[in-house]
Design a protein around this ligand. Structure first.
Ligand code: ARG
Length: 461
């Protein structure tokens, strides 16, 4: 351990398994770029504070750029057992490039406790901004399809039983609004992720009077973490991201489940493109919706990481504890899972074939039973009574085997004398859909209005 950066007071070697157990370099190396940027900003503020010279700063900056180039070129060689994390690895290599005398000044007044969160926050901020863009792309596809396919009418379900006719676009937008709320929440999360912890020290603050506002600006943070102890302890920015993503994945999972059902031969409302389906190694006829099943399945993994990180943090005493290193892998995996999932969902939807005839064929006259009741309501009959009358029409249809919309006028009149010839209109699906014209309903005008609301949400309104 004499070779480790913190090895000064240690005499015995680490247990070899403990070395591996402790090291994070094999996953936190993805932070190399943020680490170099953070180190340069930190060194610059140390130069401004007068604790290192301008010349030393320039050497440090130039050396750090070399280190960054090696990572980029794939030539950075990790020294096993020595480079315990990206922070120690970069500093070790910097010393080899510019000499230990100057490299040894980089960490003046700095702790890995602030360094790790500074790098994580920068990395996460950039990733979340990309995710925001993917989500916007997905919402744009939803809005565009909803506009183009507004004339398809399909069964709407409750309890997975046919309930009332709806527009296919209305179904798409029902998830669209969940994703639009996800977008809104994501923008909130990014604000809190993007705050600067650098200058917090190990826990008590920086002793050399560095200008934290200058660092904030250089690293593109929106503001400061205002308490140094909070700065090094806080992983809420990761938890909040995972909570955000868990809810997003829950939406995606339900969306995928609907499409899995709609794509079965039994429903046949939609057909997945080859790009997002796979075959069976045994059954030649199979075309399986693996993309959708993975979207559904990966939601479990997202929830798991979220719950795991919450557990890791509960009960930790104040400020930095090594437990916090366990916040990095869930963050990396979660970001990848969510980012990939949005893009896959987008691809599935953008290439999905819709079968309007199948949707229409699945409509059932019983789905108009509410409209029959509503018809009598418009004639002044109380709804509780009309519900009952319509129920008798349903029973008549079941009993005679005649579809409800084909019962004769005489048969209907026998059930209730207030039925008139215009009852025929209650049996038109299109009319049923168009009647739901209050804001948020499934009529064409309501759906078109919803598309405008979604578009405004994409624009941040
Ligand atoms: N690899 C560590 C982590 O990710 C860096 C911080 C180490 N700090 C410490 N006091 N040991 O949390």
């Amino acid at each position: 351990s004499g070779a480790m950066l913190w090895g000064g007071r240690f005499t015995g070697g680490l247990d070899p398994l403990m070395v591996k157990y402790n090291e994070s370099i094999y996953f936190d190396r993805v932070l190399y770029k943020q680490d170099v940027a953070g180190s340069i900003a930190f060194a610059r503020s140390n130069a401004k504070a007068g604790i290192i010279t301008q010349e030393e700063f320039e050497k440090l900056e130039q050396g750090l750029r070399e280190v960054e180039k090696e990572w980029e070129a794939g030539t950075f060689t990790i020294v096993p057992g020595v480079d315990e994390d990206i922070f120690t690895a970069n500093e070790r290599r910097l010393g080899e490039i510019i000499g230990k005398n100057i490299a040894g000044k980089l960490h003046t007044g700095r702790s890995r406790n602030e360094q790790v969160v500074c790098d994580m926050r920068m990395w996460l901020r950039d990733e979340l901004r990309q995710i925001e863009q993917h989500l916007i792309n997905f919402l744009n596809v939803i809005a565009a399809r909803a506009e183009q396919e507004i004339d398809y009418v399909m069964p709407g379900y409750t309890h997975l039983q046919r309930a009332q006719p709806i527009r296919w676009s209305h179904w798409m937008l029902s998830y669209g609004f969940a994703f639009a709320s996800d977008l809104e929440r994501l923008r909130e999360v990014i604000k809190r992720v993007n705050r600067n912890p650098l200058g917090c020290g190990a826990l008590a603050g920086n002793p050399f009077g560095i200008d934290r506002d200058m660092i904030t600006k250089e690293l593109g943070f929106d503001g400061l973490i205002w308490n140094s102890m909070a700065g090094v302890s806080d992983r809420d920015f990761v938890s909040e991201t995972l909570q955000w993503g868990a809810m997003f994945m829950q939406h995606i999972s339900r969306w995928a489940e609907d499409l899995i059902i709609y794509s079965t031969a039994e429903f046949g409302f939609v057909r997945l493109s080859d790009a997002y389906s796979t075959g069976s190694s045994l059954m030649p006829q199979k075309k399986n919706p693996d993309s959708l099943e993975l979207l559904r399945g990966k939601s479990g993994r997202a929830f798991g990481h979220m719950a795991g990180l919450m557990m890791t943090q509960k009960g930790l005493p104040s400020t930095y504890n090594k437990d916090l290193q366990e916040s990095i892998e869930p963050m990396l995996d979660h970001v990848k899972t969510v980012s990939d999932s949005i893009q896959i969902a987008n691809g599935v939807l953008a290439t999905l074939a819709v079968d309007g005839a199948k949707m229409k064929a699945a409509l059932d006259p019983f789905m108009l039973a509410t409209d029959v009741a509503d018809y009598l309501v418009r004639k002044g009959v109380p709804f509780r009574e009309t519900h009952h009358i319509s129920g008798r029409c349903v029973a008549k249809s079941e009993e005679t085997g005649i579809p409800m919309n084909e019962l004769s006028f005489e048969q209907l009149k026998a059930i209730d004398s207030r039925f008139e010839e215009d009852i025929a209109e209650a049996f038109v699906y299109e009319t049923s859909v168009e009647r739901r014209s209050a804001k948020g309903g499934t009529s064409k005008s309501s759906v078109l209005e919803q598309i405008q609301v979604i578009k405004a949400a994409i624009g941040g309104q």
